[in-house]
Design a protein around this ligand. Structure first.
Ligand code: AMP
Length: 250
């Protein structure tokens, strides 16, 4: 079984993002970048399936500038076998990413396609669903556990008030939630070894898909600053304020 995993390069999740002074976008100049956290879960799951003898090859794919090689190296250091970089400097929106991934799926013919449930930069949470629709494959989104038996994939999803279990026939698209697993720590020797693994670069134009953005980003703004809290002198005073809403939750 072949597994394709999509990994996006995003602002590191520990970084407090800055907004450009004109509010046109987030300022990423000089900012630490890294693999999208949910995509790290997706890679981890693919490698675990390989280690269990259920997968034969894990291919990581990333779309973006040449700097995306770093997240692909990270995936290779975790244990992916090879990597593909779809190169472009155009800012890609989820539908375009889904169309480009479809082209790679048609070429590589994986049995399972793993993505993160959302990218922490655009928070779109759309690419996996769109890819499944374009391919007409079954999808299991926000997976917190997966199991494979023969040609059937069982996906556990966390939904409001409990869990939902789905049975999908492969090939299928699955998007990973953080609870799916705990990604392994990447050690320096593995990063060094990953340098020897191949990264195939494909210029986006070779895939013949229109990549122009359809949506225009109008403005980015900081969240509203929260008002300072207040201290109450006693439980009674607190209860009174809660009852009357005075000075609370405003
Ligand atoms: P989104 O729909 O933008 O929230 O992204 C959901 C998932 O799609 C991500 O977690 C990635 O697995 C995948 N994805 C989105 N954009 C890219 C990209 N440029 N390169 C690789 N994977 C991507």
């Amino acid at each position: 079984m072949k597994i394709l995993v999509a990994v996006k390069r995003v602002v590191d999740y520990n970084v407090k993002v800055r907004i450009k002074p004109d509010g046109s976008d987030v300022d990423i100049v000089g900012v630490k970048m890294g693999i999208n956290p949910f995509d790290e879960n997706a890679i981890e799951e693919a490698i675990r399936l390989k280690e269990k003898g259920l997968a034969t090859e894990v291919i990581a794919v990333s779309l973006g500038g040449s700097a995306n090689q770093d997240v692909l190296r990270h995936a290779l250091a975790m244990g992916a076998d090879r990597a593909i970089l779809i190169e472009t400097d155009v800012d890609l929106q989820p539908l375009v990413v889904a169309k480009l991934l479809k082209a790679i799926v048609e070429r590589e013919k994986p049995d399972l396609i793993l993505l993160g449930k959302q990218a922490i930069d655009d928070d779109a949470g759309q690419t996996g669903q769109m890819l499944a629709a374009l391919l007409d494959y079954p999808q299991g989104t926000f997976a917190s556990a997966i199991e494979i038996e023969a040609n059937t994939l069982t996906v556990t999803r966390e939904v409001d008030g409990g869990t939902e279990t789905l049975a999908l026939t492969l090939p299928a698209v699955v998007t990973a939630d953080l609870r799916l697993n705990e990604p392994r720590f990447v050690k320096l020797p593995n990063l060094m070894m990953a340098r020897k693994k191949p990264i195939e670069a494909i210029n986006v134009t070779a895939l013949g898909i229109a990549i122009e953005p359809r949506l225009k980003l109008i403005q980015v703004a900081e969240p509203a600053v929260r008002k300072a809290g207040i201290k109450v002198g006693s439980v009674e005073e607190l209860l009174n304020k809660l009852r009357t809403h005075e000075g609370i939750l405003v």
